[in-house]
Design a protein around this ligand. Sequence first.
Ligand code: AMP
Length: 289
Amino acid sequence: MIHRLDTPDLARAWCAEERGRGRSIGLIPTMGALHEGHFGLVRRAAEENDRVSVSVFVNPLQFNKAADFEDYRRDFDGDADLLAEHGCDMAFTGTLEQFFPGSEGLLENVPRVDPGPCAAGLEDVYRPGHFEGMATIVQRLFEVARPDRAYFGWKDFQQVLIAQDVGRRLGYTEVVGCSTSREAGGLARSSRNERLSDSQRVEALVIHRALCAARDLWSTGERRPGELAAAMRNVLEPSPLDVEYAAVRDPESWTGEEPAGPLERGVALIAGNLGTARLIDNLRLDEVP
Ligand code: AMP
C-alpha cells in the first residue's frame, strides 16, 4: 500500500512519524514521468532503508525554457501506481506556494540556494540558473522529509555532486549516486526520450558510441582531456545531434574549465539536442565496464 500525499506538510508529518518509530527513510526526488531509471533508484532505496518516499514535483525553478516546462508529462496518480509496484511507501507532491510558503507561487519570490562550486561549467553554460533552482528544491525536499539517504542518478552527473554538497551542508542526509539505467544499445533512459521519433532513437545512440570511444582511448593510456574530447567529437560530428558540449573532467575534483594536465580519473560528458529533446549522458573512463 502506498500513501499518496498531496502537500509537503502531509509528507513532513508522515516522515516525522516514521522517524519517531525509529525507521530510516530513503528519499528519491523526481519530476514524475517515471521510467525504469527512476525505479532502479526506488529499489536501491528500499534495500537500504526501512521506508521509501518519492517526491513528484515538476520544479519550475529549474527550467530554462517555458515550453519544456509546459510539455513535461504530469500524472501524479499514474506515477504513484507505478511506484507502489516498486517498493515505494509514500509519494508526495505539492505546489510551488506549498513548498515555499509566502512566495505566492511566484518564482521571483522564492529565495534561492547557492548550488556551490560543482555548478560551474558544462550544464551551467547551457542552462544558466538551472542548478540554483535544482539546489533550492533539493534543499527544501530534504528539509521536508529529513531523509537518512537520498538517491540520485549519475546520469545527471553535476546534479549528484551539487546534491551531495547540499546534503553535507544540512548535515543529516547522505546523498547516494546510482548507476545509469540504459536501453538496449546504450541510450540513457530519460523522460525526455518520449519526445524522440523511432529514427531519432536510433540516432541518439551516437551519444553512447562517442562516450565509449573516449573510454576506449582512455584504456590505451590517453589521459589528456582535450584528446579524449576530440575522440568524442569525431564520432558525434557526422550525426544530426546538435552538440552542446563533449568534454572530460576529473569526477572527484570538479572544474568548470577543462583541466590543464593529464588526468588520473576521468568522466566523459555529452549534452545535445535532437529535435525537441535535450539529451545528456556521461561515462566514467576509469572504471572497467
Ligand atoms: P528526473 O525525474 O528526471 O528529475 O530524475 C529524477 C532522478 O532520477 C534524478 O536523480 C535522475 O538522475 C534519476 N534518473 C533519471 N534517469 C535515470 C537513468 N536513466 N538512470 C539512473 N537514474 C536516472
